[in-house]
Design a protein around this ligand. Structure first.
Ligand SMILES: [Zn+2]
Length: 460
């Protein structure tokens, strides 16, 4: 099939944009991309899909997602992180069964696909969620994912007084050893769309011995690893008091550095931490909405970029964002560092689009296949409708996308050469059913745990 008439932002090494481009998809691959007339002349007789007035971009890569949290998105607004986690999020998640996790994953993926995310990194599925059910939703939805499984052996969050609910506690066997079995079953499944990673808990939740054992198992198999780190100031203080180390000194001491590691949030960093990140090629997932809403602080993205660190973008979860809309996340990533540094030239729109595409692909070590629209790569792409009042005149399509668009402007989405969203309609998930099931399951969870998601105003 040949896509014609659209503006194409390739994010290829030359960062070429075709005003009126053509893109040929054969099976799961891009076999041609360039000016429409040249592509048409070189590929006669193909099925034509006219996309005049539209914008084609590479499929977006969300490098930090909690699928299980989609269903409890409004459970803990306007709360401090420790209360947010210990009194709301953990309590609800600790009551999940396999079907809750499956329903939440379906809702989450429906939202991601509908808003242009074609690949995501799941931050760490708990044992109680049932990996199989979630992986089946990923497989059937058509999305691409690195699914990490939680690893832990200590049931506290940084300090002993914030103990984890019993329902979420896991032993070394349940977390580490189970992941190895899952890896054998699921890594490379769904035509290679699924990869299995480790998602260790943040320091304080995992002993240094288990971190080291996990890193050795990961490296023996080529698995990726992702972890929350230096999210709040208390994380940095905990590492200083317990191990006399900075966040990255600790990460390096247990082997959690390198191109196979994605560290998430990374708000509370010193110069030494940034130097270690750059030297080791460790990736950073920047989550500005979550860090803002939870008042964690602001990740020093301009300094990371200046040091040569690969920074990608992530939405985090339902209770911290509260959406999985990476288009919307791009705008905050582009504006927040300007406000903090009083410098409007930092983190320009083009840089943010790189973070949401090719940098994300690099972080997942998938940039040989995805992250840009180039011949030989997978046909993972997003069609955005530019003919809308809030996007017009869209003479600079990068600006329109980053500063003015939201995920609701996504019109069609292709993953692996297959339309998964077309003309605004999800083709692989029954969206109405996904919403209804999530609402019913969420109500049951709130009733079972005695948590009231609000509103705080009288409801008559
Ligand atoms: Zn997170």
């Amino acid at each position: 099939m040949i896509l014609t008439g659209a503006t194409i932002i390739t994010v290829d090494p030359q960062r070429r944009i075709f005003r009126r481009g053509g893109l040929v998809v054969q099976n799961d691959r891009i076999v041609a991309v360039g000016p429409e007339d040249e592509v048409l002349a070189a590929h006669p007789g193909q099925e034509r899909v006219a996309l005049d007035g539209k914008l084609i971009i590479p499929g977006l890569v969300d490098t930090h997602v909690h699928q299980a949290q989609a269903m409890i998105r409004e459970c803990a607004d306007d709360m401090a992180l420790i209360q947010w986690l210990c009194q709301r999020v953990w309590v609800l998640q600790g009551a999940y069964d396999h079907e809750d996790a499956r329903v939440s994953a379906r809702l989450c993926i429906a939202e991601m696909l509908r808003s242009g995310t074609t690949t995501f990194l799941e931050s760490g599925l708990a044992h109680r969620y049932g990996f199989e059910g979630v992986a089946e939703v990923v497989r059937d939805s058509g999305i691409r994912a690195c699914l990490s499984k939680k690893v832990m052996d200590i049931s506290t969050y940084a300090t002993q007084d914030n103990a984890m609910p019993v329902g979420l506690r896991e032993t070394r066997a349940e977390s580490l050893l189970t992941t190895l079995e899952i890896f054998d079953r699921w890594n490379g499944a769904a035509d290679g769309r699924i990869r299995v990673w480790f998602g260790p808990r943040t320091p304080g939740g995992v002993s240094p011995e288990l971190y080291r054992e996990m890193v050795a198992e990961a490296r023996a198999r080529g698995m990726g690893m992702t972890m929350h780190l230096a999210e709040v100031e208390a994380d940095r203080r905990f590492l200083r008091e317990t191990y006399q180390q900075s966040p990255m000194e600790f990460a390096r001491s247990v082997g959690l550095v390198g191109p196979d590691v994605v560290l998430v949030h990374m708000v509370w960093l010193g110069e030494e931490d940034i130097r270690i990140l750059a030297e080791t090629g460790t990736h950073v997932s920047h989550n500005p909405s979550s860090n803002s809403k939870l008042a964690s602080g602001v990740c020093p993205v301009p300094r990371l970029l200046a040091a040569g660190v690969n920074v990608a973008l992530g939405c985090d979860g339902g209770p911290s964002n509260n959406t999985y809309d990476l288009v919307e996340e791009m705008k905050l990533a582009a504006v927040i560092h300007k406000a903090v540094s009083l410098d409007p030239t930092v983190v320009p729109a083009e840089t943010v689009l790189e973070m949401a595409t090719i940098n994300g692909a690099r972080a997942l070590r998938w940039d040989d296949q995805i992250g840009s629209l180039e011949v030989g790569k997978k046909a993972d792409l997003v069609v955005v409708d530019l003919d809308r009042p809030h996007l017009a005149p869209a003479l600079n399509p990068v600006s329109a996308l980053v500063y003015a668009a939201t995920g609701a402007d996504v019109e069609s989405v292709m993953v692996d050469g297959r339309w998964v969203v077309r003309h605004g309609e999800l083709l692989t998930i029954d969206a109405a059913r996904a919403v209804a099931e999530a609402r019913e399951r969420a109500q049951r969870l709130y009733a079972a745990t005695g948590i009231d998601p609000g509103p705080r105003w009288p409801v008559l």
